[in-house]
Design a protein around this ligand. Structure first.
Ligand SMILES: Nc1ncnc2c1ncn2[C@@H]1O[C@H](COP(=O)(O)OP(=O)(O)OP(=O)(O)O)[C@@H](O)[C@H]1O
Ligand SMILES: [Mg+2]
Length: 293
């Protein structure tokens, strides 16, 4: 299954992406983690040393030139080898399920898709965008492994054809009026792209907190939120951890996080860690690769 994570800045997208990837790998699944954010924090959230992280693909002029070219751009480059060459393996955050041989977690650092540039300035950002989109399309449409895409905060990138072909979207939000209205906007835009399988992950939310949606209705604010919802509590262990490390794995709340990941998968309509869905046809891949920058 291919899942994207979107929402307001600081809502918890990267943490939840890292938790779900680890959960799946410890149950024997192979997972691609795609960092498509300018902040590039997914690697650290997965416990990798920042020094071990590769340069974002959006800044790899050599690779961009090789696959997309200059002047005459190749619109359908062969990028099938790139994920294996450019990814780094991330360590598991805890033990695999008994009797299960753990899956691989591979991190691909893309950089932001909408804002891709080619390095220190100069040249054409279109080429970088075309390559990023082609790699994402390849992972989403042709690979059988799980793919989790940690998107940049906000909504702008959702109109650019980058996530339209994932199977599901997790809209991450805190339970505040402002965060939820961004979440509603993200959800509405994604639905407009045909991405209707969505779950609202309400992060740092007490189990019995009343949502401000009723208040929003009284104020006539439109909040087009996903129907399915998952509440994630504030985690004291993560609060303490972030004082000393960027990793969000191996927390004292590990069991609770595992249970939340199962709930999330169930709400996304995935029957737990079943094999990912089969590949889809290539026509769609071309439409992603050629989407407007
Ligand atoms: N449930 C939680 N309990 C405690 N702390 C949390 C929780 N979820 C996230 N955090 C912390 O909140 C901060 C923001 O989380 P995270 O980086 O996952 O958000 P993000 O949406 O990816 O942010 P950005 O938009 O900057 O990429 C991090 O320091 C993270 O450790
Ligand atoms: Mg993030």
């Amino acid at each position: 299954m291919k899942i994207a994570f979107a929402g307001k800045g600081g809502a918890g997208k990267t943490s939840i992406t890292a938790w779900l990837a680890d959960h799946l790998a410890r149950r024997g699944e192979n997972v691609w983690l795609v960092d498509a954010d300018t902040a590039l924090s997914l690697g650290q959230a997965c416990g990798l040393d920042p020094a071990a992280l590769p340069a974002p693909l959006a800044e790899r002029e050599d690779i961009i030139r090789q696959h997309i070219g200059q002047g005459y751009m190749s619109l359908n480059p062969d990028v099938s080898g790139l994920p294996d060459t450019l990814s780094v393996d991330a360590p598991l955050g805890g033990p695999a399920l008994p009797g299960v041989s753990p899956g691989r977690k591979r991190l691909l650092v893309m950089g932001t898709i909408a804002g891709a540039t080619n390095g220190q300035g100069g040249g054409c950002a279109c080429a970088a965008n075309a390559l990023l989109k082609a790699v994402l399309a390849h992972l989403i449409l042709e690979r059988r492994e799980w793919v989790l895409v940690d998107l940049e905060a906000g909504v702008e990138h959702l109109g650019r054809g980058t996530v339209a072909d994932v199977d599901a979207l997790v809209v991450v939000s805190e339970p505040s009026l402002r965060a939820l209205s961004t979440a509603g906007e993200v959800s509405r835009l994604a639905r407009g792209l045909g991405l209707s399988r969505q779950v609202l992950a309400l992060n740092r939310c007490e189990p019995d907190l009343a949502l401000p949606t009723q208040l929003a209705a009284q104020l006539n604010l439109q909040m087009d939120l996903p129907e399915r919802m998952l509440r994630i509590p504030a985690l004291a262990g993560l609060k303490a951890r972030q004082l000393e490390s960027g990793s969000v794995l191996g927390l004292p709340e590990d069991d609770a996080i595992g249970a939340l990941c199962d709930e999330l998968l169930e709400r996304l309509g995935s029957s737990g860690t079943k094999a990912p869905e089969p590949c889809r046809n290539m026509t769609a891949s071309v439409s992603v690769a050629l989407g407007a920058p």
